[in-house]
Design a protein around this ligand. Structure first.
Ligand SMILES: [Zn+2]
Length: 286
């Protein structure tokens, strides 16, 4: 019975605690490639497009850092002690301009040396319209794919995370730092001329950038001359109305997988942001 054998071979089941999906740019005009990660198990999602997929949360959550069981997830995947103790969970990670390393109060100075005192990129991206963002140099293009950006352009490179925060604060006078995730998931993003936006913004922010260079050194904040990156996602059909699943309220989700964008699964029954459920122990059948 070849047909039966085939359907058994094609079915897949993975169980474990979720970490964010691995997304890599597609090769040769192909859309991005998505891998779901549950514990040590992996599931290629691109080949599941157009097919049924179900996801069930057991009720357990394990801290993504220390592995201990936690009733509630803090900062997308941490237990409360880790959330209070780790530098990566401190508010200065979200608002790098509030870095307090030099006051001697960094939660983990050695971690900061490795993560914050590294070159950071200030970029413009288009996920649901123009936005500014920052990321460590090594996180490009992962960061953009995680956000569901369809275009991105590195604009400046700076020496530290704190400096990237100051530059971002400056850019926020002119442009948002947020993505409208509903608009991003509807796939209605109009293409932007990012190099033109960059040139316009750099001209407007010239005085502010000069102030920062005075403070941190002439070489600390450098303008890049890069070409924009286009990013494409595996989506069969975008939702016209975005309804989101919430595992905390309803632990079982199922539907036909219609697409993957950012850290979202787009199902015909609604969308789900898997990153939000980092550490949740799930069983995924596809
Ligand atoms: Zn923990």
């Amino acid at each position: 019975m070849p047909a039966v054998t085939e359907s058994i071979a094609a079915a897949a089941e993975v169980t474990g605690c979720l970490t964010k999906m691995a997304i890599v740019p597609g090769q040769g005009g192909e859309p991005a490639r998505y891998t779901l990660r549950a514990g040590e198990q992996r599931l290629d999602l691109n080949e599941r497009l157009g097919k049924p997929l179900s996801l069930a949360w057991s009720g357990a959550i394990a801290c993504t850092h220390c592995g201990r069981a936690t009733k509630k997830s803090f900062a997308q995947g941490y237990c409360y002690p880790c959330f209070k103790r780790l530098a990566q969970c401190d508010t200065c990670i979200v608002k790098p301009e509030t870095c307090h390393f030099f006051e001697g109060t960094c939660r983990e100075p050695e971690w900061a040396e490795r993560h914050c005192f590294q070159p950071h990129i200030v970029y413009l991206a288009n996920a649901s319209g123009l936005k500014v963002g920052i990321t460590r140099g090594t996180q490009v293009p992962t960061r953009w794919l995680d956000q569901g950006a369809v275009q991105a352009l590195p604009v400046l490179v700076v020496d530290t995370r704190q400096q990237s925060g100051f530059v971002e604060v400056l850019f926020k006078e002119e442009v948002s730092d947020r993505t409208n995730w509903r608009a991003m998931l509807k796939g209605e993003t109009a293409a932007l001329d990012l190099p033109a936006e960059r040139d316009r913004l750099l001209a407007r922010l010239e005085a502010g950038l000069a102030n920062l260079r005075e403070r941190f050194g002439a070489d600390a904040i450098r303008v890049l001359d890069e070409t924009p990156v286009a990013l494409d996602y595996p989506v069969l059909e975008y939702p016209t109305k975005v309804v989101s699943h919430n595992l905390d309220k309803s632990p079982e989700v199922s539907g036909t997988l219609l697409g993957l964008k950012g850290q979202y699964l787009i199902l015909d029954s609604g969308v789900i942001n898997l990153r939000k459920y980092t550490g949740y122990e799930v069983k995924v059948v596809a």
